[in-house]
Write a protein that binds this ligand. Structure first.
Ligand code: NAG
Ligand code: NAG
Length: 299
């Protein structure tokens, strides 16, 4: 039963149907039922990915811009739970779920580690606070196979040349964004991101983009892709031996799924996650999210 139906039902029949609560009056019966709304939410979107949207900010107090960004998620996805995590809550999550791996170094990290941790632990959708929702999650099935359990997007629509990479400050020529991700719980690539991050921490890497950001995440995803596509190395050799100029295509084409064991990763084109200026002509016109680039991950 949909939440609205249940509540409408309650308003009409509240006291009569719930005599136990009648002494407290009809409004209390309805309050009780509105609490139950959480339990009767309908699952929408990709089958194995919990319909929970995780976002984080220092506190639960948002400015009006941020509230508008959040509203794009809650209004388009009324079936999904929305969780805004503050700094205390993300630290508690880290302490309880990653006591040996992340907690010992947590104090020295930026909060963007949270995204890997929460999706690995609980699954769901993660969006930076400056990312808005353009398409309801319930419509994802029309473009993404519904058994996909890991959703990742390219930051650019083609491979950057090494000099372009330097100019735009990317850390990888084929970088994967991490302002919007989705996963079923227990994803080994997310755990691997945390492991790589800790190794880099000990190598004294301090730059956020390299340590906790897209570089580490791209590395972990590329390990998965290398396993999914057996002739990747051979293709690279033949391309480097024979290519007359620097290659411009992506090693792992977007808008398709890659599988290893029970994990099925779908690589979204950069246009789907709206990387303004880095897309390709061939990118799909319809974006799932828009990135407002307020740099919330830095804070
Ligand atoms: C986060 O929220 C919890 C529960 O509401 C509160 O106890 C805690 O003080 C908050 N932390 C911050 C940093 O705002
Ligand atoms: C380079 O191209 C030639 C001609 O197409 C081909 O025979 C050769 O196998 C290629 N080299 C590699 C390493 O793929």
């Amino acid at each position: 039963m949909r939440p609205m139906t249940l509540l409408a039902f309650c308003r009409v029949f509240g006291v009569a149907v719930f005599p136990i609560l009648a002494t407290a009056g009809e409004p209390s019966a309805c309050q009780f039922l509105s609490l139950l709304q959480l339990e009767v939410r309908r699952h929408v979107g990709l089958e194995q990915i919990p319909c929970v949207i995780h976002q984080t900010w220092k506190t639960h107090t948002l400015d009006s811009n941020q509230e508008d960004f959040v509203k794009s998620w809650t209004s388009k996805n009324p079936e999904c739970q929305h969780k805004l995590w503050n700094d205390t809550e993300i630290a508690e999550l880290c302490k309880s779920k990653s006591p040996d791996l992340m907690w010992p170094i947590w104090e020295a990290l930026t909060p963007d580690v949270f995204r890997y941790l929460v999706l690995w632990d609980q699954g769901g959708y993660y969006a930076d606070l400056d990312v808005t929702c353009s398409q309801p999650i319930s419509t994802y099935e029309s473009i993404i196979p519904k058994d996909v359990n890991f959703l990742v997007g390219y930051e650019a629509g083609h491979q950057l040349t090494e000099s372009e990479r330097g100019d735009v400050g990317f850390t990888r020529v084929e970088q994967l964004e991490q302002w919007f991700l989705a996963s079923a719980p227990g994803n080994p690539v997310l755990l691997r991101s945390l492991e790589i991050l800790k190794e880099k921490f000990l190598w004294k890497i301090r730059e956020t983009v390299e340590l906790t950001g897209p570089a580490t995440f791209s590395d972990a995803v590329h390990e998965f892709l290398a396993e999914a596509v057996a002739d990747g190395v051979q293709m690279e050799v033949s391309d480097r031996v024979n290519a007359s100029e620097e290659r411009r295509f992506l090693s792992f084409p977007s808008e398709r799924a890659y599988s290893v064991g029970s994990w099925k990763l779908y690589l979204l084109a950069s246009g789907r996650v709206s990387t303004i200026g880095y897309g390709a002509e061939s990118d799909p016109a319809q974006s799932l999210v828009e990135h407002e680039f307020s740099g919330t991950w830095k804070l």
